[in-house]
Design a protein around this ligand. Structure first.
Ligand code: ADP
Length: 809
């Protein structure tokens, strides 16, 4: 039903009435007009379909029939609140035939038509959206086909409604289209679809549009997404529902445009959410993968654990087996230990911390009168058979052992056993510790030391006897030394007489005569005897403790030089090298017993030359220390090493300890003939008096070294180089010894006789005087005289005798 009044008032443009009508009727959006009591006065095909009705049945319809009572009441309340042109969106549920339900969203607009309030309903969305219709479906005789309604309805819609002709020209646009696109109604009718749809480009738009038109014609209804452009140039996304329609041989495209900015935005948000969720899912997947891996690993570990458990079980079984075996062995070793303890010859016991016996061996049990070791449990020393004195001593020693953590050895007073035997016991105790090192008691032994004690007693008695014997022997020895000293002295006087007269007799007899030989033998034997007596006298003096050192200050280098001169002749005679080496720094004047030091050195050098047939003999002196003696704080003391080195026959190792004993001679017989076997014994004793010690090292056929260290007080530390050469060296002469006589001119025989006598008497002073006298006789005797003087200076009795005897024949 079309009302002319409405048509006239709204026809600002020359739009045909039928178009309004068709727009309403063919609109894909369900639209209806109702009275306030719910009677539907107009509905389009889409609404009729929504309600599952035909277009013919619309006048008999009341909307309340499609609603529950409560929904109808609610809906009426909404309608009542609406004034004309008011819009209200709400949701409701239609109960349809065949028990179907349709949930829909409705926009209700109040209308005022010829003083009657009507409600214009537009379904915004529902499960029933698809409308396929054609103009032919439309009932021509619809009474409620009210143009005003249709027009109003189209204009009231918030959705953009457009009608395009076959060229894309806009021939209808509703109010929503104008306001969303920003054009006035007049402007919009000048536009085509290419002006508002931003997806078209000028070059291809015709082609695309015609293709679209074909497609639309074929499919009748097409839904596409596109972008529309407002007048101000703003672009917004849209969902376009295009419906194909024909009227009076003209084709039209009825377009419903939905702004889907929100939807796109929501889709973007949704997409973001989806992406985030995808990321989360990926992370979760990753986690899941890790978890799976973890589970796999755990399973593997569980498997390994199971294997280990099995292994452990096996090991446990083995361990138990071993424990059982060990326990058996332990029991065996315990039994063995008990056996050992019982077999040990000592009595063994152990006590707890309270000094109470906790165990013992069989021997101890028997000692203290018990039948078995167990009887000792709980006893203390006070319960045993010890005398009170011993019992308390034992308890005291227990305290020492445990309180001081100290082993204790003690001897008991003699005890009398039950059998009546008297025993001496010795107790030895040590602390007993647990594994943490805490003292838990003590372990002790008792040892029967009766035999030791008895032996000790007899040893004591023996010692006493020995001491008495030693005292007696010492006294006898002293007597012997005294006797020897006296005898030696007494012997020398008559011996000198014998020697003197033997020499007188020699002088008075013919050299070739028998008497001469006899007197000569007497004289030689006497000389040897005198030498022996002198040595014995020295040794006796030393042993009797009567030898005293006489210290004097002497020129040390001079002293060494003289010794060298004394030995030179013997070395020359044997054609061996001889030298004295001493450092430049030796002190000039020293304090010591010059005579005894000379005696020692001449003895060692004499031996060295005597036992060396080729090579060299040397005396080396080295300084090994200097110090300040306590006795003479102002003076320094120099410690010198004296070494007598030879390349002679040497001494076998096993004979080395013997040679220092008196009267001991080793080696070949013919080498022994010249000596007495007392020289080294005397030298050692003399050095002992000087707080020194004589050492020797020797190798057979390679030579010997005798050495000793001696401290001498330094009186004048001057460097001696300016006075003496540091080395006195005697090179052997190439000429044989017999040639000596040629160089040393022999004095007259009477002079030789006198010198020989004096040499045999050992009077060095007189030899020196006679040597001076010789020189005064004739200068040609100087060489011999000097030699004699040197030898006499060095008390070289033997050498003087040897020298003079060369001229005797
Ligand atoms: P003797 O008067 O016999 O030389 P000693 O007491 O001086 O007595 O020497 C004891 C012995 O030691 C000598 O007989 C000799 O066998 C041995 N002896 C001492 N010095 C040397 C040496 N330098 N080389 C080899 N043997 C030596």
């Amino acid at each position: 039903m079309v009302q002319e009044g409405i048509k006239d008032s709204s026809s600002k443009l020359d739009i045909p009435d039928f178009l309004y009508h068709d727009l309403f009727d063919k609109s894909p959006i369900p639209q209806a007009v109702c009275k306030m009591n719910g009677t539907i006065v107009e509905l389009n095909l889409a609404y009729a379909r929504l309600l599952h009705q035909t277009a013919e049945s619309d006048f008999n319809l009341n909307l309340s029939n499609f609603l529950t009572d409560s929904d109808w009441q609610r809906e009426q309340a909404i309608w009542n609140s609406l004034n004309a042109q008011d819009l209200f969106d709400y949701r409701t549920t239609y109960l349809l035939p065949n028990n179907q339900v349709s949930k829909i969203s409705i926009s209700a607009v109040g209308l005022e038509v010829t003083n009657e309030k009507l409600i214009f309903l537009t379904v915004n969305s529902s499960e029933e959206q698809k409308i396929t219709s054609s103009f032919s479906d439309r009932s021509n005789n619809s009474q409620a086909n009210n143009w005003e309604f249709s027009s109003l309805a189209q204009e009231s819609l918030s959705t953009i409604i457009l009608c395009l002709d076959v060229n894309g020209q806009i021939i209808y646009a509703n109010q929503a289209a104008c306001s969303r696109l920003g054009y006035s109604l007049a402007e919009i009718y000048t536009l085509s679809v290419f002006d508002i749809d931003a997806t078209f480009s000028p070059t291809t738009q015709i082609e695309i549009w015609s293709q679209h038109w074909q497609d639309l014609k074929q499919r009748q209804s097409v839904v596409i997404e596109s972008r529309h452009c407002t007048k101000s140039g703003a672009i917004f996304p849209v969902e376009v529902t295009a419906n194909y329609g024909e009227f009076e041989q003209q084709a039209y495209n009825f377009v419903q445009v939905k702004d889907i900015s929100d939807r796109i935005e929501n889709e973007k948000i949704l997409q973001g959410q989806i992406e985030r969720e995808l990321l989360q899912t990926s992370a979760l997947n990753h986690k899941n993968y890790r978890l799976q891996q973890e589970i796999h690993e755990r399973l593997q570990i569980e498997e390994q654990l199971r294997q280990s458990q099995k292994l452990l079980q096996k090991l446990n079984e083995e361990l138990e087996q071993r424990v059982t075996e060990r326990t058996c062995k332990l029991m065996e070793s315990q039994q063995l230990l008990q056996l050992v303890i019982d077999t040990v010859p000592q009595c063994i016991f152990w006590k707890d911390q309270n000094f109470v016996y906790a165990g013992c061996n069989l021997k101890f049990a028997e000692l203290v009168g018990f039948e078995c070791p167990e009887a000792i449990y709980g006893k203390t020393d006070l319960d045993l058979f010890w005398s009170d004195r011993n019992a308390y001593s034992l308890l005291r020693s227990d305290h020492i052992v445990m309180d001081l953590d100290f082993p204790e050895l003690m001897a008991l007073e003699p005890e009398t056993l039950a059998c009546g035997r008297e025993v001496w016991l010795e107790s030895h105790k040590v602390p007993l510790y647990d594994l943490d090192g805490n003292t838990i008691g003590l372990l002790g032994t008792f040892q029967d030391i009766t035999k030791h004690k008895q032996a000790e007693e007899s040893l004591k008695k023996l010692n006493l006897k020995l001491q008495q014997a030693i005292t007696k022997a010492d006294a006898a020895n002293q007597a012997k030394s005294d006797f020897l000293a006296n005898m030696s002295h007494e012997l020398r006087t008559p011996l000198n007489g014998i020697l003197g007269y033997a020499q007188v007799l020699l002088q008075n007899s013919e050299e070739q005569s028998k008497e001469y030989q006899i007197f000569r033998t007497i004289e030689q034997c006497g000389s040897h005897l005198l030498m022996l007596i002198n040595d014995i006298l020295d040794l006796s003096k030393i042993e009797a403790g009567k030898m005293e050192l006489l210290c004097n200050d002497f020129h040390f280098a001079n002293f060494l030089h003289n010794i060298g001169e004394m030995c030179r002749l013997s070395a020359e005679t044997k054609q061996i090298n001889f030298g004295i080496d001493f450092p430049k720094t030796i002190p000039e004047i020293v304090r010591g017993d010059e005579k005894r030091l000379r005696q020692v050195l001449i003895n060692l050098l004499g031996n060295a030359i005597k036992f060396t047939d080729r090579g060299a003999v040397s005396l080396k002196i080295t300084e090994i220390a200097t110090m300040n003696p306590n006795s003479e704080p102002n003076l320094t003391q120099v410690k010198l090493r004296f070494e007598v080195v030879d390349t002679g026959i040497g001494i076998a190792e096993q004979q080395l300890p013997i040679i220092f004993q008196a009267f001991e001679q080793v080696g070949e017989r013919h080498n022994q003939a010249e000596g007495t076997g007392l020289g080294l014994a005397i030298s050692r004793q003399l050095l002992g008096l000087m707080n020194s010690q004589l050492h020797v090292s020797s190798e057979v056929n390679r030579g010997s070294t005798f050495w000793f260290d001696l401290s001498l007080l330094v009186i004048s530390p001057n460097n001696v180089q300016s006075v003496w050469e540091t080395t006195v060296r005697v090179e052997p002469q190439n000429t044989p010894p017999s040639n000596l006589a040629v160089t040393m001119i022999a004095p007259p025989p009477e002079e030789i006789e006198v010198l020989h006598k004096l040499a045999m008497l050992g009077s060095m002073k007189k030899i020196r005087q006679r040597a001076k006298y010789l020189k005064s006789l004739d200068q040609k005797y100087t060489l011999l005289a000097d030699k004699l003087e040197q030898l006499a200076q060095g008390f070289q009795e033997k050498a003087i005798v040897n020298l003079i005897e060369q001229y005797l024949k």
